[in-house]
Design a protein around this ligand. Structure first.
Ligand code: HEC
Ligand code: HEC
Ligand code: HEC
Ligand code: HEC
Length: 192
């Protein structure tokens, strides 16, 4: 199979089984309690949270220019590692007009809000598209071990996942060490 066919197939399997990217704001609703470890707060302070905005810095623009590319935040070859689920039904590269769409009350539309929350390396990059597993009942059952999260799209994040982005294709790549890098982003469930 050609790579494009594999990508299409993975995408279609995702769509048919209804595992959609919901955006980090959906995970935040329940994962922002200090009592249980506040995974959202830890994540929001990590560089992953800001990875899309990084593409708008002078440094990013310079890197892109040297490669003969345009605006890095609109170039697939940059965006793919700086957002959640590009080409898999998650983040989509949109024009300026899309981002300014509002409802009658002046607030961003649902589509814009979802897209805003797929910027950066969101929860679902590492844990899988959340539409099927994000209900409280399922989350608790998965955590207790009475339900198989993998059937609902929940991924066990491993080193293999990290190195999809942390590799030499990244223009700023220096090194990647799973143990050391994992400690910098660790956000375990607190138990007390
Ligand atoms: C309706 C509330 C709710 C939402 C929404 C939610 N979670 Fe959870 N999640 C929980 C609860 C409750 C647990 C059990 C652990 C705890 O109490 O913190 C849990 C556990 C988990 C676990 C650990 C599973 C295991 O194997 O033990 C992961 C990973 C997780 N959630 C990721 C996410 C992600 C990613 C999202 C967004 C796509 C999300 N959750 C959305 C409530 C929620
Ligand atoms: C979808 C791509 C992607 C995946 C998958 C990914 N990362 Fe990252 N990671 C990035 C990007 C992009 C940055 C830089 C963000 C920035 O600076 O704006 C980054 C930055 C980091 C940093 C900060 C580096 C520093 O020098 O401070 C750590 C630590 C890190 N990642 C750990 C991990 C670990 C551990 C995993 C796997 C569990 C992982 N990442 C998976 C894209 C990814
Ligand atoms: C760069 C990848 C990455 C991102 C982004 C990420 N996580 Fe995680 N998460 C991990 C890894 C790796 C673990 C440890 C896996 C394990 O213990 O099996 C973990 C563990 C967890 C756990 C605890 C699971 C347990 O059994 O103790 C929860 C809950 C969780 N993540 C929720 C979230 C939420 C919510 C977000 C977004 C706000 C998020 N994660 C973002 C990689 C990530
Ligand atoms: C293969 C995935 C990947 C691609 C493609 C990618 N990046 Fe990144 N980017 C990363 C990761 C991972 C990091 C974190 C630093 C590291 O370890 O490489 C990062 C960090 C950065 C940083 C912060 C630099 C620093 O010193 O911390 C900038 C700026 C950046 N990327 C711009 C770009 C631009 C511009 C493009 C497109 C030409 C691009 N990236 C393409 C994965 C990628």
């Amino acid at each position: 199979m050609k790579i494009i066919q594999i990508i299409l197939l993975t995408f279609m399997i995702g769509v048919i089984s209804g595992q959609d990217y919901v955006g980090t704001h959906k995970c935040k609703m329940c994962h922002k309690k200090d009592k249980t470890g506040n995974q959202f707060k830890i994540w929001s302070k990590s560089r992953h949270a800001n990875a899309f905005e990084t593409l708008k810095t002078d440094e990013a623009i310079k890197i892109a220019k040297e490669k003969g590319l345009g605006n890095p935040w609109e170039e697939e070859s940059c965006v793919k590692c700086h957002v959640t689920g590009l080409g898999k039904g998650g983040f989509e590269i949109k024009d300026a007009k899309f981002w300014t769409q509002t409802k009658d009350n002046g607030k961003p539309t649902k589509a814009v809000k979802r897209m805003e929350n797929l910027k950066g390396i969101g929860c679902e990059v590492c844990h899988g598209p959340g539409s099927k597993y994000k209900s409280k009942k399922k989350m608790v059952a998965i955590n207790k071990g009475t339900m198989d999260g993998s059937k609902l799209g929940l991924i066990e994040p491993t080193e293999k996942l990290c190195i999809q982005c942390h590799n030499e294709e990244s223009p700023s790549y220096k090194s990647f060490n799973f143990e050391a890098f994992y400690l910098k982003i660790a956000h375990p469930i607190a138990t007390h």
